[in-house]
Design a protein around this ligand. Structure first.
Ligand code: SAH
Length: 263
């Protein structure tokens, strides 16, 4: 097993996965042990944080919408200061560091100060959610495209997405930060031509003990999201790929009803 050292004055942007510490990469775990200071987001799992050695400085810079948190500029400054002070810095982010994680802003701030940074990937929420639900995000011939979308709108602004491009029956949409926009997502996708009975999976707290999953359909998405989801982070997976296998279908090749010649 290779050893990983963090050079003084450098920063690692590390994906901590969806929450379950068993879904942390070995590299991420080594980096957590090699750091002298760790700046972490609200979505980093408690059990992942429990792996941080006692002597390591642990700083919450967590962002959850609607709650008090440090703005991005302050986070950039903290990272820069720590690196310039010669610390071994880990910036721990939920899921994958490069998916809706503001990694570019941080990398730019570091580079502007001549600080070296590296990225360690992590398992993103959509992958963990699909795995928990026992579905694949792509299906040969049926779902050829996987689109990661954030449905987070700027305060007071309408969600600005290319709905016609998203309403592709051969795509799987993995929608992050979409809870508040559930009604808009369902209405706009149906108006852009996606079938109202397109399967939707809602997965909250993927990979954690509190995980909850709900199967619904596009036209019922808003009601289901309101009725079913709580306070936890949730992803929406939309498309034929996430249609749950039927109990009566028992062969692997008949995984999706579209492949079932008799049906
Ligand atoms: N970098 C992260 C995404 C950060 S954006 C990643 O790759 O997963 C935050 C959004 O991610 C949340 O609003 C939610 O949509 C999703 N998310 C993060 N962790 C999740 C989890 N354990 N279960 C379900 N959704 C999650």
């Amino acid at each position: 097993m290779s050893d990983i050292k963090i050079e003084r004055g450098t920063v690692w942007l590390v994906g901590a996965g969806p929450g379950d510490p068993d879904l942390l990469t070995r590299k991420a775990e080594k980096l957590i042990h090699a750091a002298s200071v760790i700046f972490y987001d609200a979505l980093v799992g408690k059990e992942v944080l429990a792996l941080v050695p006692g002597q390591t400085r642990l700083v919450a810079v967590g962002k959850r919408s609607g709650r008090h948190s440090k703005d991005q500029r302050s986070i950039n400054e903290l990272l820069v200061e720590a690196a310039l002070a010669g610390e071994r810095v880990v910036r721990l982010k939920g899921g994958d560091a490069g998916i809706f994680g503001r990694a570019t802003e941080e990398a730019e701030a570091l580079t502007a100060h001549g600080i070296q940074y590296h990225i360690c990937p992590g398992i993103t929420a959509a992958s963990a959610a699909a795995a928990s639900a026992g579905v694949s995000l792509t299906v040969r011939g049926l779902a050829r495209k996987l689109v990661f979308v954030t449905a987070h709108a700027q305060a007071g602004e309408e969600l600005d997405l290319d709905w016609n491009a998203l309403a592709d029956p051969k795509a799987t949409l993995a929608i992050y930060m979409g809870k508040a926009a559930a009604a808009t997502i369902s209405g706009k996708l149906i108006r852009a031509g996606l079938a109202s009975d397109t399967p939707v999976l809602l997965i909250e707290n993927a990979s954690l003990k509190e995980e909850r999953q709900f199967s619904t359909r596009l036209d019922l998405l808003s009601i289901s999201a309101r009725a079913a989801l709580g306070d936890g982070p949730a992803v929406m997976l939309i498309g034929e790929a996430v249609r749950k296998p039927q109990k009566s279908v028992c062969t692997a090749s008949a995984y999706n009803p579209h492949y079932n010649i008799e049906g």
